[in-house]
Design a protein. Structure first.
Length: 115
């Protein structure tokens, strides 16, 4: 499975950005699609995930501000980020987990929120 993320950029605090990720390859093997992020100088952290049936789950830090959505074709996932804060600045990664429990990662896209 290969993952390609896009949509990062520079935005002012309070603004919005939408990240997109497209999976290719053995997409039939994908169970969960997720977003993670790695703030500068910190470890990677989980942000949100979408199960095959579209059920979303969010980290407390982004709940009510971010929305994850899975495409009908099951190989795309987006992350709508609203009310962005400077602490949301990070490299955002798209991740897929297969039914067999294997993890796949995209290349990351940088989101910078200025105060």
């Amino acid at each position: 499975v290969q993952l390609q993320a896009s949509g990062g950029g520079l935005v002012q605090a309070g603004g919005s950005l939408r990240l997109s990720c497209t999976a290719s390859g053995a997409i039939f093997s994908i169970n969960t699609l997720s977003w993670y992020r790695q703030p500068p100088g910190k470890e990677r952290e989980w942000v949100a995930r979408s199960l095959t049936d579209g059920t979303p789950k969010y980290a407390d830090s982004v709940k009510d501000r971010f929305t994850i959505a899975r495409g009908n074709a099951q190989n795309t996932v987006s992350l709508q980020m609203n009310s962005l804060k400077p602490e949301d600045t990070a490299v955002y990664y798209c991740s897929a987990q297969s039914w067999a429990g294997k993890d796949f990662w995209g290349q990351g896209t940088l989101v910078t929120v200025s105060s």
